[in-house]
Design a protein around this ligand. Sequence first.
Ligand code: C5J
Length: 223
Amino acid sequence: ATPTVHLEAEPSALAFDPAATALVIIDMQRDFLEPGGFGESLGNDVSRLAAAIEPAASLLDAARRAGLLVIHTREGHRPDLSDAPPAKIARGAPSARIGDPGPMGRILIRGEPGHDIVPALRPLPGEPVIDKPGKGAFYATDLAGILSARRIDTLLVCGVTTEVCVHTTVREANDRGYRCVVIADACASYIPAFHEAGLAMIKAQGGIFGWVSQSAQAVSALG
Ligand code: C5J
């Protein structure tokens, strides 16, 4: 029989096959979580995101032990900025723009220290790392191919920020037919009200584009 994990979630519990389930950790990068990066350049208090690290680390550990496919994403651009839309670079009035030098290297540029995933969530060799130029993890990446090659039908999703890159990715994954469970305490936002509203939107209307659960529930379900 297919091994089945039963997960408590809202608006309803669900069951999944660990072999057909991936953990997707969105953009847990120094550029968003540490001072001197992209997030702070936009005027955000980056310390608000730290709360997601420990829950995400325990979820990552449980997912690895249960044999789930683990996928990490990173938002960032090529050093020559050829994949960075001018409209994205020009947006707002940041203290430093994408590509400008900063204390963690050039802002939101692949290969720079700020682009790295935080040490507590460092990918293991063999875990796919999706480098994405946009907010969603499907746009201009090979994520769809990786998921279909592994016959994945369910995603556990966490990371930052809840209402931006997590939401964009989950909305598109839902349209592509994946069941998405967002792990609430392993996500965070610079704007707490948006974190709460973002989670509420996902699970409203009978789970209009997904489910919401907690890291402790996912860890205990994964055994
Ligand atoms: C943002 C992200 N907020 N990873 N990126 O610009 O959510």
